[in-house]
Ligand binder design. Structure first.
Ligand code: NAD
Ligand code: UD1
Length: 316
């Protein structure tokens, strides 16, 4: 039986990963400060430790028990990083360095703990070369994207200086059950779905022509598990995306249609730093990690709506 440390495991993506690892009969230790996650997202059998990834002593202790670490804890909202630059930086970059540092120190004389961490498509910023390949220039537009790029740079330091094998996954727009629909900082699919189910009109920020590559959470878990398993890969980054684009306007219409609601849309001002086009190239995800993100937006949306109708929590 392997032991995995999952930071941010009470959150949306982390809790799906915990499900998968517990189902595989592995031991999952979850470190989370519950700032946006919920302990009741965790499956029975996962071991929950409430704490902060910036707590070096605590992280060090947990890392010593782990065969590998999935580092997902972050303040995952681009909008919040605009509002609280220094505060989000402390978690998103300094917190990640703390994880690498603990992985380096956990077993001084043995193989270092492997770390698979969440980066983001936000590292590409407004790069115009769609679809985005991993070698495309990185020009983040927000503190969130800059900090995720910082994680990748420190991933290099972790490997080259400290011998910590690590892989960063550049998640595109992830959606699915348990993405908190009540938070204003949630992903657009969760926000629109909640609005439509409550009989409200979804509000598109900007002209709605911006595009995203929406990937269903189960396919993201496939990528996390594969990146941990492929230990011949180190100090590398991979897009985690589908290669299919959806505009935000089309998304609002699709959701209304799926709920039998009128296809009405409200428009509001665009977000500062909002990326116009984000579409990933999944070639390396397939060739190196063996993962194909096969769930379509229509199918994933149906599964998300089912979860919401079945009693998604009203409040975080
Ligand atoms: P989430 O907010 O649901 O999960 C993040 C978890 O981290 C939460 O449970 C939160 O309580 C925890 N956390 C935050 N700060 C912490 C701290 N200081 N110490 C311990 N725990 C802390 O977000 P998510 O959507 O599941 O995102 C998971 C990871 O994937 C994040 O790193 C995020 O930046 C990245 N990511 C997400 C998306 C997406 O579309 N959801 C896209 C790209 C990257
Ligand atoms: C998302 C992720 C971020 C990740 C990035 C990778 C969330 C909350 N954020 O950011 O963690 O790193 O993808 O590319 O999942 N919009 C509306 N109306 C709304 C809400 C949003 O029109 O009510 C628009 C936004 O302006 C944006 C698009 O929908 O153009 C997507 O927004 P959002 O879901 O917040 O994701 P990103 O900002 O792309």
């Amino acid at each position: 039986m392997k032991t995995w440390l999952i930071t941010g495991g009470c959150g949306f993506i982390g809790s799906h990963l915990a499900d998968r690892l517990v189902r595989a009969k592995d031991r999952a230790i979850v470190l989370d400060d519950l700032s946006s996650g919920r302990a009741d997202n965790l499956p029975p059998g996962a071991e929950f430790v409430k704490g902060d990834i910036r707590d070096a002593a605590l992280v060090g202790r947990l890392m010593r028990e782990a065969d590998g670490c999935f580092h997902l804890a972050a303040i995952a909202s681009v909008a919040r990083s605009n509002e609280d630059w220094a505060g989000t930086h402390a978690v998103n970059l300094t917190g990640t360095i703390n994880i690498f540092d603990a992985a380096a120190r956990a077993r001084p004389d043995a193989r270092k703990v492997r770390v698979v961490y969440a980066s983001s498509a936000a590292v590409y910023g407004d790069c115009p070369d769609m679809p985005l390949v991993e070698a495309a220039p990185t020009k983040p537009l927000t503190a969130y994207g800059a900090d995720k790029l910082g994680c990748e740079l420190h991933g290099r330091v972790a490997d080259y200086v400290h011998g910590v094998p690590n892989v960063g996954l550049r998640f595109f727009n992830v959606y699915g059950p348990r993405q908190d629909p009540a938070s204003p900082y949630s992903g657009v699919i969760a926000i629109f779905a909640k609005a439509v189910l409550e009989g409200r009109t979804p509000r598109v920020l900007g002209d709605g022509k911006q595009i995203r590559d929406f990937i269903f959470v189960d396919n993201v878990v496939d990528a996390l598990v594969a990146a941990m398993r492929h230990d011949e890969l180190r100090c590398d980054v991979f897009n985690v995306c589908t290669g299919r684009s959806t505009s935000i306007e089309a998304l609002a219409r699709l959701l209304a249609e799926a709920c039998g609601a009128p296809p009405k849309i409200d428009y509001g001002p665009a977000r500062s730093g909002d990326i116009r086009e984000s579409l990933g190239d999944p070639t390396r995800l397939r060739s190196a990690l063996g993962v194909t993100a096969g769930v379509t937006v229509a199918d994933g949306m149906r599964r998300t709506l089912e979860w919401m109708r079945g009693g998604a929590p009203a409040k975080a």
